[in-house]
Design a protein around this ligand. Structure first.
Ligand code: DC
Length: 675
């Protein structure tokens, strides 16, 4: 996951390959609640591992359900249900910003607290306390459930209490269906609990929106033994004596809303080979699968089968459309970004529910699409988008809304080759923690589009520490080129090849089976991270690296680190020889005395005896060798930023480099021009 203040996407060109989708959020949290209410155990496979499911799992734990992870992937769980009987009568549940946890838990715990006795408090983050729940509370109060608003009337946080009078299930329970279908879903999931004496009827007032989500609910209730009778979309009957029965085992489908980004990706950029999406397909029970029809209408070429989709670019530029999006409210946001690549104006209508989601999505989409240069018109229940005449580099605010972050990443395919900055990219954790990794695994772009920052400097100048810290902050890849030479040296030492045998060393370098896993260097199956740091290996590396045969053989390996979204590379010749076109070059120095001291501290902390004076002499010898060799000597690139960090902390050095980087990025200038 990218846990950085922002993520800059370089201009992207094409896409191909296979993505496996994480589990559906809507299905995951419904299944968890049903499993939690059932008698006995349910083994849940392919559960979404995200913020929203984590709060639901935690809530179930607090309510006394047995919640056990199976395996280490975080996607298989064994849930022991409470069988409809409260085992814990008091709890405070924190539900983050998960509407799919707040609504159904409110309904289930309201009737359980009322009928069996108990007090439950449900709260979330600030935005959750701005998301309406009054219609659901009103419906539950008709039954006789005592519910208090602890903050603002109509919004969480809530307290659910006991009552001594029996619940009134004789009259139909009326609920509004035109604000959010989650209220109806919540009642459908919870009211089987009160069917002991008679059928329970729910009547929907107003036009029911997002019907496909209600279909998911009915589908899953059936899997848990509850057959709801439905009269159109107005009247739902839960038969007397309904009881949750665990299916034993259940698989969660891939998330169809998440599929929309990759369907769009295929439509925009799969020019050579298709984008294949695994986890949802023609047999999906999720309404958002109908995004496929909309994408096809805009020009996507789609083939599908059970559990998979393949998408290619069909007609391009895309065709603009006018579409009632009531049936695909979440995936419709992806259409808004596809509209940037269409001819003419795309109009998405009947999307009023966008205003009560993670953020006011109509306002958010309008403001952010405009930053890219699009013309946007919007109202209470529609948005209309006309593509930019010329694209602007934009810094996209994401409002703690995963879908905004995910759909705006697709703006990086713009024909004007403008990069796109996504602020707070970690918000995708709500439904798709590895979204950007998955996206980057499918895209290609010319190397020249991928930014590179180089940090060169003498041994022990702190360039490795600085470069890796910058890479982490920017979410970029990191190349420690010294490790490449050290690995060659290590193999040479193990094979007793002498430092003066250039040809043999060149052959070793060419055959090096070196790769990096989680930042650690591996030679074949062996983790050599520690071995490479040995002083004698460093000294040998300094000799080995003087041979042109070696440098040439290692060149391609180093170049291959330049991958989307960007690279920070440290070494001696990163800015001069390997990446002469780098976007920012830093030459880091520190006095010999400072460097000897730092190295001394490092060695002592590892329990290796060392002497400052000897270290200093060795450093000077190493500097001389690195600076005076005939190939790629250590020297600053002409356009390098010189930074002496003798008196600077790592953080202070990093701030200086990041400031220099920011000045070279187009985003600040664009923001200033706009303001
Ligand atoms: O940065 P380091 O100490 O890990 O590097 C080990 C040796 O490798 C160093 O003495 C010189 C050589 N090297 C090089 O010649 N070019 C690079 N880009 C990186 C390291």
């Amino acid at each position: 996951m990218f846990n950085t203040p922002f993520l800059d996407l370089p201009p992207l060109q094409s896409a191909a390959g296979t993505v496996r989708l994480p589990g559906s959020k809507s299905i995951s949290n419904r299944v968890l609640l049903l499993a939690g209410l059932s008698e006995g155990h349910t083994l849940v496979h392919d559960l979404l591992d995200s913020d929203d499911t984590r709060v639901m799992l935690q809530a179930l734990r607090q309510l006394g359900c047995a919640v056990e992870p199976q395996g280490s992937a975080g996607t298989t769980w064994r849930i022991g249900g409470i069988g409809g009987r409260l085992s814990t009568r008091e709890a405070r549940l924190f539900l983050g910003n998960a509407g799919t946890a707040m609504r159904p838990l409110t309904a289930a715990l309201a009737v359980l607290a009322a009928t069996q006795g108990g007090t439950f408090q449900l709260s979330g983050i600030a935005r959750m306390h701005e998301r309406p729940i009054g219609d659901l509370v009103d419906a539950l109060r008709q039954l006789g459930c005592p519910i208090d608003y602890l903050g603002n009337e109509g919004f969480p946080p809530l307290r659910l209490r006991a009552t001594t009078s029996p619940l009134d299930t004789a009259a139909p329970i009326r609920v509004r269906g035109d604000v959010s279908s989650q209220f109806l879903t919540a009642l459908l999931l919870a009211l089987p609990l009160v069917t002991t004496h008679r059928d329970v009827v729910i009547e929907v007032e107003g036009e029911l929106i997002s019907k496909p989500y209600v279909e998911i609910t009915l589908n899953l209730l059936a899997r848990f033994g509850i057959a709801v009778a439905r009269d159109g979309w107005r009247r739902f009957t839960l038969p007397q004596g309904s009881a949750y029965r665990s299916p034993g085992e259940i698989h969660v489908e891939g998330d169809a809303s998440s599929a929309s980004y990759f369907i769009a990706l295929g439509a925009l950029a799969a020019t050579e080979a298709p984008v294949r999406i695994e986890g949802v397909g023609s047999d999906s029970i999720q309404g958002d699968i109908r995004f496929v029809d909309a994408a096809q209408a805009m020009g996507a070429s789609v083939t599908t089968g059970p559990g998979w989709l393949e998408v290619r670019r069909g007609s391009f530029a895309l065709r603009s459309i006018t579409l009632d999006c009531n049936h695909i409210p979440d995936a419709a946001m992806t259409l808004a970004v596809m509209a940037l690549y269409a001819q003419g104006t795309t109009r998405l209508t009947n999307i009023a529910s966008w205003r009560v989601k993670e953020t006011d999505r109509i306002a958010a989409m309008r403001d952010e699409l405009r930053k890219l240069g699009a013309q946007v018109d919007s109202g209470d229940d529609f948005i209309a988008i006309t593509p930019p005449r010329s694209w602007r580099p934009a810094s996209i605010a994401t409002y703690d809304d995963h879908r905004i972050a995910m759909c705006f990443a697709l703006a990086a395919f713009n024909p004007d080759r403008q990069p796109v900055r996504v602020l707070d990219p970690q918000c995708v954790a709500k439904t798709f923690p590895d979204y950007f990794e998955a996206l980057f695994g499918l895209v290609q772009t010319p190397l020249a589009c991928i930014p590179v920052i180089t940090v060169d400097g003498p041994t022990a100048s702190g360039k490795g520490t600085l470069a890796s810290a910058i890479a982490r902050r920017l979410g970029y890849h990191f190349l420690d080129s010294g490790a490449v030479y050290r690995a060659t040296a290590l193999v040479a030492m193990r094979k007793s090849v002498a430092a003066d045998d250039g040809d043999a060393l060149g052959r070793i370098a060419a055959g090096l089976d070196l790769h990096f896993i989680g930042g650690d260097a591996h030679l074949g199956d062996e983790n050599v991270a520690e071995a490479l740091r040995a002083e004698d290996v460093g000294a040998m590396a300094s000799r080995v690296s003087a041979w042109p045969q070696v440098r040439e053989a290692l060149r391609q390996l180093q170049l291959s680190f330049r991958r989307v979204p960007g690279l920070v590379a440290d070494g001696r010749d990163m800015g001069t020889v390997i990446f002469p076109g780098a976007n920012l070059k830093v030459f880091l120095t520190a006095s010999v005395a400072t460097r000897a001291e730092r190295r001394h501290k490092q060695l002592i902390s590892k329990g290796i005896p060392a002497n400052i004076a000897t270290l200093r002499t060795e450093l000077e010898a190493r500097d001389a060798r690195d600076q005076n060799r005939s190939v790629s000597p250590l020297e600053p690139a002409q356009d390098a930023m010189l930074l002496d960090n003798s008196a600077l902390t790592v953080d202070a050095s990093m701030e200086q480099v990041l400031n220099a980087w920011e000045q070279r990025r187009p985003f600040a200038a664009a923001a200033a021009a706009k303001g």
